[in-house]
Design a protein around this ligand. Structure first.
Ligand code: NOJ
Ligand code: CA
Length: 683
């Protein structure tokens, strides 16, 4: 039964106690703390719907809510039976991150809905409203403990009002999330991964800013990851990565789904600077996080991608004791924290992608002395970074996980890079059933690895991962992930990343969390004449990426000799930190350009990274983010005379000048170029 609540009675209830519980009206609305965003929920024609406006103007038209379960029809929603309101304004601190303190200022509205099927008889939807967007999630709290249910459909949809362009790639492709983005009319989306970013294209009225949206999810735990399917008319409907039998999620007893999130901003940079993703995750489950360290690393890695050495054993084996010590000497000399070594363990010989179940995660090749190199590193203050390529043979990895992490902890390895190189949808589980790379099975696996690793004080950098959903707040040992086309594509070609790729990522993939892109390739050409088979950027770009693409762990990915050949440029990589007090996206358009500034955590220096696409671009940047009244030495690494991403990638102009917050800086970027700046505090 639905009760109508007179407005006055509702207001009285609200004044009496918080959270306020009221018998619901048939339409319940709530506003964000600054009254910027409003959501309304209502039932109509047997369905439950929500709609969103910003500044009084509709942004998302009414779209359905709810889940459907196996064994029963899609429920008719018969009423909105209760509404509960709450608000919270807190600040919390990240153990590491792009921003030390994060404010979580939100209003909350929970509505209870009644449906006409057994499992949908009653369920809740909770909305959290921030001034820069919202999240909502379902709670099926009435499912009896011990009762197994299977989700067969999520009805959630997003219906943007107006015309939009989208940056996206086809979901469920065999290379998972490693695709180039295409920009199209949002109505042309067939199936897109999230975060999915949209920009409004119908001209805003005079005086109005632009409008940018990002759809994603937060706190993806024990549930399949969400894709969005387009209907050709602009509606985007949730599509969850299924199990092999078509079931989407398997749950037992009462459960809550991940948050579905919408970021809403007037600039592309506002999306990048939103902290909703983190705020919608639970606080850390790791009590003592002091062992989790951001940092910079080098590695026996690029040389394999350039085919100078091999992962497998033999005369060109890269992961030898001697080679590792060489990299450790280099790391110690130039102040790096770690050395990643790939191909150290048995299982790489032959077709390793097909034979992932042959990988050992504890047995080193005979020419790699695990204890010898970790001891050698210890004496120099350099850690070995472990590598667990699974080739998607998850049961083989899970069977060894505890032993492997125990071993790594015993020799002082505190970071492990994992990998799941296998075509999406062909991972075989313990029952021999095929699994998608980010279905519920892999989401569970992902967390299991983090949990076991945490017990052994090991942090994880996952490649070919389940996409990030802000879980690093809850599991701060989930340091970084890949989950997009990284630098490695600039070794392989087919084709390499075009200049616009790294000015799309900050507004798309990066909205999910840190990426292990592996910047810093100085010799982007590496002997290849064909532009599509080598890196398409200038040297200044390779420096700016350390600031633009946030990760708490950043690799200096090139060969040591290429750094020693350019000590001038290398100085920036040596100086740039990976842990920040504050981060700000100062300018940017998706796929065109970006300017980001970050202040070193616990320090006074600021760093700036700017990138352009294939078009040369001059930007003026106000330095008003610097501390007022203080002087800084700006160390500017700009594109040199004649620099461009096609014929002259290495021209770099380094200059220095004293600036204050009252100054502006002209950024003069070459085609496929950029600028990196360190502002060294003088006062
Ligand atoms: C793909 C990863 O992205 C790359 O970094 C790694 O070197 C290879 N897999 C081998 O594990
Ligand atoms: Ca990869």
């Amino acid at each position: 039964m639905m009760l109508r609540t007179p407005a006055l009675f509702g207001a009285l209830l609200g004044a009496l106690a918080a959270p306020a519980v009221a018998a619901a009206a048939d339409r319940e609305c709530a506003q964000s703390p600054g009254k910027v965003i409003e959501v309304c929920v209502f039932t109509r024609d047997g369905g439950a719907f929500y709609e969103v406006s910003r500044g009084g103007k509709p942004v998302l038209a009414p779209a359905p809510l709810g889940l459907t379960f196996a064994g029963e029809p899609a429920a008719r929603i018969t009423g909105l039976t209760a509404a509960r309101r709450d608000a919270s304004d807190t600040t919390w601190e990240q153990p590491w991150g792009e921003q030390r303190t994060i404010r979580d200022n939100h209003a909350e509205l929970t509505v209870s809905l009644a449906g006409d099927t057994a499992l949908n008889k009653t369920f809740d939807v909770t909305f959290r409203l921030f001034d820069d967007g919202l999240g909502f999630r379902y709670a099926y709290g009435a499912i009896p403990a011990g009762t197994s249910v299977a989700v067969t459909d999520e009805r959630t949809a997003f219906k943007p009002v107006g015309a939009y362009d989208a940056w996206w790639y086809e979901g469920l492709g065999q290379e998972r999330d490693e695709y180039l983005y295409k920009q199209t009319d949002a109505r042309r989306i067939t199936l897109a991964e999230t975060p999915l970013t949209l920009k409004r294209t119908d001209a805003p009225k005079q005086g109005e800013g632009g409008l940018y949206l990002s759809f994603h999810e937060a706190a993806l735990v024990d549930f399949p990851s969400m894709l969005l399917a387009g209907d050709g008319a602009g509606t985007l409907k949730a599509r969850l990565m299924p199990w092999q039998d078509g079931t989407l999620a398997k749950k037992t007893g009462p459960f809550t789904t991940p948050w579905r999130t919408v970021l809403i901003g007037e600039t592309a940079g506002a999306l990048a600077d939103s902290r909703i993703e983190l705020n919608l995750n639970e606080p850390s489950k790791i009590a003592d996080t002091s062992w989790i360290k951001p940092g910079k690393y080098v590695g026996i890695w690029w040389e394999m991608h350039l085919e100078k050495s091999t992962w497998g054993s033999g005369p060109k084996h890269g992961a030898t004791t001697a080679n590792t010590k060489r990299y450790m000497d280099f790391a110690a000399k130039y102040g790096f924290d770690g050395v990643l070594v790939e191909g150290w363990n048995e299982g790489w010989d032959g077709d390793w992608i097909a034979n992932g179940d042959k990988f050992s995660f504890t047995k080193a090749y005979p020419d790699f002395d695990l204890k010898g190199v970790t001891d050698y590193g210890k004496a120099k203050g350099v850690k070995l970074i472990g590598h667990n390529e699974t080739a998607g043979a998850v049961p083989n990895y899970e069977a060894q996980l505890e032993d492997a992490m125990t071993l790594y902890e015993s020799v002082g390895i505190s970071q492990v890079k994992t990998g799941y190189v296998r075509h999406s949808g062909t991972i075989l589980d313990q029952q021999g059933e095929k699994q998608w790379f980010a279905g519920q099975y892999m989401v569970r696996h992902n967390l299991r690895v983090a949990e076991v690793a945490a017990r052994h004080h090991v942090s994880i950098d996952a490649h070919e991962p389940v996409k990030d959903t802000g879980l690093r707040r809850t599991w701060p040992n989930m340091l970084a992930r890949e989950g997009a086309r990284g630098q490695e594509f600039n070794a392989w070609g087919d084709p390499t990343n075009p200049p616009e790729h790294t000015v799309i990522l900050p507004f798309t993939r990066m909205l999910a969390g840190p990426m292990d892109f592996t910047p810093g390739i100085f010799d982007v050409v590496h002997g290849k004449a064909d532009l599509t088979r080598r890196g398409q950027s200038t040297l200044a770009v390779q420096l700016a990426l350390y600031v633009v693409l946030y990760s708490p762990i950043q690799m200096a990915a090139d060969l040591p000799e290429n750094y020693e050949a350019r000590p001038d440029a290398f100085q920036f990589i040596r100086d740039v930190p990976t842990d920040w007090e504050v981060s700000k996206t100062l300018q940017g358009e998706i796929g065109d350009y970006i300017v980001v500034a970050r202040q070193s955590r616990g320090g006074k220096d600021w760093f700036l990274g700017a990138l352009t696409d294939e078009t040369a671009r001059k930007l003026t940047q106000k330095l008003d983010f610097l501390a007022p009244g203080k002087r800084y030495e700006a160390q500017i690494y700009a594109d040199g005379p004649g620099a461009n991403y096609v014929t002259n990638t290495t021209a770099l102009a380094i200059s220095k000048k004293v600036v204050t917050s009252k100054d502006s800086l002209d950024l003069d970027m070459a085609p496929g170029g950029g600028t990196a700046v360190r502002f060294r505090a003088l006062d």
